[in-house]
Ligand binder design. Structure first.
Ligand SMILES: [Fe+2]
Length: 230
């Protein structure tokens, strides 16, 4: 069991099935807030348990227009017979966190029915990491403690937000994501930002072209090979 009260645990003894840095042939341009917009759902009008923001700049998930980054990512992924089907910005305000959740990414029509949210699927992330900022991974004490909220866009498309209470989880890994990274977003994770600045992540969901299945973290280890490092 990990002691959550100490700031400098040594997780090196644990197997890292959560994160690798990836060497890319290009650099990301930091998104500008003028190109960011809210992922607003009908449920947010009432105030849902998970997402309940008042304005742009609050801790939440956003859409973002960054064609200069997207073109380079598309070109890179193409070499590995991959594409991205969703690109989002995750923002954590100073001294806040995005609470423990699992990215779903199975809303597209080609995705299979969801039978297990903990699916180890991987994303390509870059974070403009503030001082002390981290991504943290958690194991649920009981998988039944996962909560599922459904959100609906004004046009009727739905998506699920899968989350858990932190006190029902044990932390298993944490990492500064200050360089391009492959992250396992199919396991419970949260953001941590003890700094006075915002923490912004640009995140691409990875899909295999040959069968339209999400790329798993383990497949990413094999596919990207020497480009990866701990
Ligand atoms: Fe996430």
């Amino acid at each position: 069991m990990v002691n959550l009260n100490s700031a400098d645990h040594n997780y090196k003894s644990l197997e890292n099935i959560y994160h690798r840095y990836i060497k890319l042939p290009f650099e990301f341009v930091e998104p500008d807030w003028k190109d960011v917009r809210r992922t607003f759902s009908e449920e947010q009008k009432k105030g849902s348990e998970y997402y309940d923001i008042k304005e742009k700049g609050d801790t939440d998930v956003y859409f973002c227009h960054t064609p200069e980054n997207d073109e380079k990512v598309t070109e890179f992924l193409d070499k590995f017979n991959l594409f991205y089907d969703s690109k989002l910005v995750f923002y954590t305000k100073a001294n806040e966190e995005i609470k423990v959740h699992i990215d779903n990414n199975k809303e597209e029509i080609y995705s299979k029915k969801v039978d297990n949210f903990i699916d180890n699927h991987a994303k390509l992330n870059i974070t403009w990491e503030p001082n002390g900022g981290k991504l943290r991974w958690w194991d649920l004490k009981n998988d039944k403690d996962l909560k599922v909220d459904t959100h609906t866009t004004p046009l009727g498309k739905t998506w699920n937000v899968i989350w858990a209470n932190q006190n029902e989880c044990d932390m298993v890994y944490e990492k500064e994501i200050n360089k391009p990274s492959i992250v396992n977003t199919g396991r419970p994770h949260s953001t941590y930002n003890p700094s006075k600045e915002g923490r912004l992540t640009l995140s691409y969901n990875l899909v295999k072209k040959n069968n339209l299945e999400l790329l798993s973290f383990f497949e990413a280890l094999w596919l990207f090979g020497d480009l990866l490092s701990e």
